[in-house]
Design a protein around this ligand. Structure first.
Ligand SMILES: [Zn+2]
Length: 417
């Protein structure tokens, strides 16, 4: 049978809106608890169940499925008449933050799968293989996040999968063993970036710009840089009733000034930077015990590395001036610009679908960020309700998922020409 060229069928291929939505609702129930959203941290039982679901759906769609050495789930649709040896990656992640939403990541995986199905069902011949990928641990369940995509592109430090955020906590290496992967062999996941024709990811915006401006599609121009540090302040635990105030070395009291200084340091940069302390732990952590250790995570995000470096240096000099305070770098990811030809392709796709569009920067990190410095990379945003994400209220409408998926498919077909 003669294969259809991507150009010939571009006008009349259609994605199946109900099939896509049904997939999103099915995977959205895995790890879902009423009132608590979706709890599917990487390589948790729920995440493993979601991976199994995806594997079955990809196999049913005629994709060849494998799990690589970094536990990325990969479904390949082979081109029958390769004009190049290249691969187009279309992916995102099925893991979620604790009490997360149904669409962050899952939309991109579900839509990629739907695109592959439509391409196969319509016998559209592409110039490259496509790989639909569920990347491991995008959401930093254990340590730094975007583990699977960084492992694939060769940017994961081998020792970081053995580090946990909390002392004595689980590591990505522990998770790998749950799915039968040997942490010592994670290096085998590395692939030569030159084999990739491109990387595409559809994602919810996780902010409110598109919604507030009434725009349907965001053609992402760049992804913000993120620096994260774990700060450990040591004092001395003691009885909260019997230790007089002048004899205390309270770790929380020593740490507290940074909680208000950080926003000031951030505001004193050029204005587009954000900084957050979103996690604080006290040890021993009891109402009647003076905190002996206060540990907190400082995160800053900006398109400008120099601004993030400036805040890091202020944090470090504050720490150096204290007794028993240490700052450890979790990671420093600089911002990336996405590929102009792919941004243009997304805009053309939105136009041929008749939906409004704008160029937009991403304030959230994504797997595409791992690929962008090495592989032509593009991202498509759709709005999410009230800009909410990483929470149980995260929501999109079925029509939004559908037109996002259509723009993704059009972009693939556009690149195929
Ligand atoms: Zn995401």
């Amino acid at each position: 049978m003669k294969m259809k060229d991507s150009k010939m069928v571009k006008g009349n291929v259609a994605i199946d809106r109900d099939r896509l939505w049904s997939d999103l609702m099915t995977v959205g129930k895995i790890g879902f608890q009423q009132g608590h959203g979706v709890n599917r941290p990487a390589l948790s039982d729920a995440d493993i169940a979601a991976r199994d679901w995806l594997t079955k759906r990809m196999s049913a769609a005629g994709l060849e499925v494998r799990v690589d050495a970094a536990a990325n789930v990969i479904g390949t649709l082979k081109t029958r008449t390769p004009r190049s040896q290249k691969i187009l990656v279309i992916g995102s992640h099925l893991d979620t933050v604790p009490q997360g939403g149904m669409f962050d990541g899952a939309l991109g995986v579900g839509a990629a799968l739907e695109c592959a199905r439509v391409i196969r069902e319509n016998e559209i011949e592409l110039p490259w293989d496509i790989e639909i990928i569920d990347f491991s641990d995008e959401e930093a369940a254990y340590n730094a996040g975007t583990v699977g995509s960084r492992a694939m592109i060769g940017q994961l430090k081998p020792d970081e999968i053995f580090v946990s955020k909390a002392k004595g906590g689980l590591t990505f290496a522990d998770g790998m063993e749950k799915v039968g992967k040997d942490p010592a062999r994670i290096g085998e996941a590395v692939r030569d970036p030159k084999i990739f024709a491109g990387m595409l990811e559809l994602h919810i915006e996780q902010g409110s710009r598109l919604e507030s401006e009434g725009i349907a599609i965001g053609a992402v121009t760049g992804i913000v840089g993120i620096y994260r540090y774990i700060v450990t302040v040591r004092g001395e635990a003691g009885h909260a009733g019997t230790t007089p105030m002048h004899l205390r070395d309270d770790a929380l009291v020593k740490a507290a000034p940074v909680f208000t200084m950080l926003p000031q340091w951030v505001r004193e940069t050029n204005g587009e930077m954000v900084g957050t302390i979103g996690q604080v732990t006290l040890e021993p952590g009891a109402t009647n015990v003076i905190p002996g250790v206060c540990t907190f995570i400082v995160e800053v995000r900006s398109m400008n590395a120099s601004d993030m470096v400036a805040v890091r240096e202020r944090l470090k000099s504050w720490a150096a001036a204290q007794r028993n305070v240490s700052v450890r770098t979790i990671y420093e990811k600089n911002s990336v610009a996405l590929s102009e030809p792919l941004i243009d392709a997304v805009i053309r796709a939105a136009e041929s679908e008749g939906v409004s569009h704008m160029r937009i920067q991403s304030g959230a990190g994504h797997d595409t960020q791992s690929f962008a410095p090495y592989v032509p990379s593009g991202m498509i945003f759709i709005p999410c309700k009230n800009g909410k994400s990483h929470c149980p209220d995260e929501w999109i409408e079925p029509d939004q998922a559908a037109y996002g998926c259509r723009v993704l498919l059009r972009t693939i077909l556009d690149l195929a020409e």
